[in-house]
Design a protein around this ligand. Structure first.
Ligand code: GCW
Length: 670
């Protein structure tokens, strides 16, 4: 299965003999638990399996130890662990000790040990590690019929024909991958969901999903459809203040907890892209969120993940002041004190929609008492849909390292999200992931670095993105430095390359909005519709004027110090210029180039670099198994071709719009 991709980065490939012989003979594994559904038991089994595969050791697994010693390292928090070595009682045997702060932490420590071993890194003598944030979750956009919204890797591993699949083997394997990068929760169905999830047999099915994932320390939650009381309950209304509606949700929640006693809670997309919500009934967003919060409250620690992705998708472009980017702050301002304490607001990293370049959502600077979850997308919806290599960790870092300067104080997005900035105990990360039934999980072997990196970043948002992809490459493709270096370099170049040929200077990914496929170049599709992902390109100028002085006022949603920077073209960084300003094509960038010449040059540079990807990959022939070698070569060759299509479509479009020739005489001379 190594070659098909099913084991992804958890292949535990055998170490070469000369490396393997440096390791002590691990003979006995003790997993201190009585329960086979405990992550501690899973840890023991995983160690047994990993040692067999990596070192060809057959170790015994038991669950008791003759020792009064107990280790309780104090500096680790929930889900954290300590991994180290201690000398045996007579000093003759070295033992590896893994101590979890909880059961999940023990599993994480065991997998850390194995993933180091698989990279030929001996067990550290003393290593403690704790998560940056307690919420490290995935959102699946899987529909009950088995299709996946924005899925590019086959049908759902959870659902088919309106029901939960009988065979959940892939779900268990997915939970194993999640545990290895310390992801601890998943919402299994689409936010554009429907009420058929909540029929009695599916409630049982959800229980089976939870049972399959629990041994890996993964808890499940569900996305709810706001009008379920009408459509499933036969009520006249779904008004969140109606007593029958309240009773309906209380009842559903009780039934859910009967099947999933450790449920994470509810993810809610409401009043967004045609979905009903509290505003439909003349209620506030908080009244809608609190309805679910109160239904959850009696059952445990379940939370409402209320999505901030609320906006009007029939916006009138003829009004210069209209701006979809303003929506989240406009809708959520004033609600900071009225959400119940178990409501968290889930905010996409940027104010529009997972574009190739966005500033961080300003809502992250507005909610102080209401805790937040930041939403990323491992699914490469606007990023080449797993047909293009686009390693996203460098993009995530531009968001996580951004200093919002809330109240004039250091306020890095990662410190807001971790809870540190406002002293929250429960907050963190979600990412939309579109794994499917394909044996590669995401449809592309190389795209899996994004899933791996997502977990690593939730745990430690200050990780070095090159080091993360190197670890992933060693685990996935082996220890050959040529292979690891090539994959690392291609991955590190991939986002800047993609940005170059897809959409520059903060103009967004110039793909097809109107057909809603969000794939392939279509700069014309950005304007003239209600979606609000506008570029306002005409014959003379381009970009959204989001200034307070003359535009939509969006820049003023940031704290003062940041707002000042974005208010003026001179202080706005080039890469976000057209996000914030409407400027002539002849406007000079800090680089000295005009906007239009930058467009031409960037598209040629990006497409040119993409041509090198298959060539550089091809140099690895014989160093990677033939199956994966060919699969990846095919993808990179396709990407190289599609990059040319991108380049020529975008350059030709703007050339025709403004009539300004390319200084290097390429555009229009095909
Ligand atoms: O990015 C957009 C997608 C929709 C998605 C929506 C959302 C699930 O194009 O497919 O719907 O965002 O995040 O709700």
């Amino acid at each position: 299965t190594g070659e098909t991709g099913l084991e992804a980065w958890l292949r535990y490939a055998p170490l070469p003999a000369d490396a393997a012989k440096q390791y002590p003979q691990y003979t006995d594994i003790v997993a201190l638990t009585d329960s086979q559904s405990s992550p501690v038991y899973t840890a023991g089994k995983e160690l047994q399996d990993g040692l067999k595969k990596i070192l060809n050791f057959s170790a015994n697994l038991t669950n008791t130890i003759d020792s009064s010693e107990s280790l309780s390292p104090s500096a680790i928090v929930d889900d954290g662990f300590w991994l180290g070595t201690v000398s045996g009682e007579k000093g003759d045997k070295t033992q590896v000790v893994i101590v979890g702060q909880n059961e999940r932490g023990a599993l994480y420590g065991a997998m850390e040990f194995l993933m180091r071993l698989a990279q030929n890194q001996p067990c550290p003598t003393s290593y403690a590690s704790s998560p940056s944030a307690p919420i490290r979750w995935i959102n699946q956009w899987d529909n009950l019929d088995g299709s996946i919204e924005r899925g590019y890797a086959g049908p759902s591993i959870f659902f088919k024909d309106g029901a939960v699949l009988d065979d959940l083997t892939r779900v268990e394997q997915y939970a194993r991958l999640m545990a290895s990068v310390r992801l601890n929760g998943i919402v299994v169905n689409n936010v554009n969901s429907h009420c058929n999830l909540l029929n009695p047999s599916n409630l049982k099915g959800l229980g089976r999903i939870a049972d399959a994932m629990r041994p890996w320390g993964v808890r499940i939650g569900v996305a709810l459809y706001f009008d379920t009381p009408i459509e499933l309950g036969g009520l006249q209304t779904s008004d969140p203040l109606d007593p029958d509606v309240v009773a309906f949700w209380n009842d559903i929640t009780t039934q859910l907890y009967q099947n999933v006693p450790d449920m994470l809670g509810y993810l809610i997309k409401a009043n967004s892209e045609g979905q009903p919500g509290p505003l439909t009934y003349g209620r506030t967003l908080a009244e809608g969120a609190n309805l679910f919060a109160r239904a959850l409250k009696p059952h445990g620690d379940g939370i409402v993940m209320y999505r901030a992705f609320v906006y009007n998708h029939h916006l009138d472009e003829s009004n210069w002041k209209n701006d979809r980017a303003n929506a989240a702050v406009e809708f959520f301002d004033g609600l900071d004190d009225v959400f119940d304490e178990n409501v968290l607001v889930q905010i996409k990293y940027g104010p529009i929609d997972f574009q190739v370049r966005e500033p961080p959502s300003p809502l992250l600077a507005h909610l102080r008492r209401t805790r937040t979850i930041i939403e990323f997308q491992v699914a490469q919806e606007y990023m080449g849909q797993q047909s293009h290599l686009c390693y996203l960790a460098p993009l995530w870092r531009t968001i996580l390292d951004f200093d919002l300067r809330i109240d004039g104080e250091p306020s890095l997005v990662k410190d807001v999200v971790s809870g540190e900035r406002f002293n929250w105990k429960y907050s963190g990360y979600a990412a939309v992931v579109n794994v499917g039934n394909d044996s590669t999980w995401l449809g592309s072997h190389l795209a899996m670095s994004n899933l791996y990196a997502y977990g690593r970043y939730c745990w430690d948002p200050s990780s070095d993105e090159a080091a993360v992809v190197q670890d992933w490459a060693r685990l996935t493709f082996g220890l050959n430095p040529t292979v690891v270096d090539t994959i690392t370099q291609l991955s590190m170049e991939s986002w800047p390359t993609y940005e170059n040929y897809s959409g520059n200077l903060g103009i967004q990914t110039l793909c097809d909005i109107v057909k809603t496929c969000h794939y392939g170049p279509s700069p014309a599709a950005m304007d003239g519709n209600g979606w609000g992902q506008w570029t306002r390109a005409d014959a003379h100028a381009i970009g959204m004027d989001r200034t307070v002085a003359t535009g939509t006022g969006y820049s003023g949603q940031y704290p003062a110090e940041v707002a000042r920077v974005f208010e003026h073209p001179e202080t706005t960084p080039d890469e976000l210029l057209l996000w914030f300003h409407h400027v002539p094509y002849t406007h000079r960038l800090k680089s000295g180039k005009t906007v239009i010449q930058h467009f031409y040059d960037a598209h040629y540079e990006g497409a040119q670099n993409a041509q090198t990807f298959p060539v550089r990959w091809a140099a690895l022939r014989g160093l990677v198994d033939e199956h994966r070698f060919q699969h990846i070569l095919f993808h990179l060759t396709y990407q190289a071709g599609h990059a040319l299509v991108w380049r020529d479509s975008v350059c030709t479009f703007y050339h025709a719009k403004c009539g300004i020739p390319d200084e290097h005489n390429r555009v229009g001379n095909y």
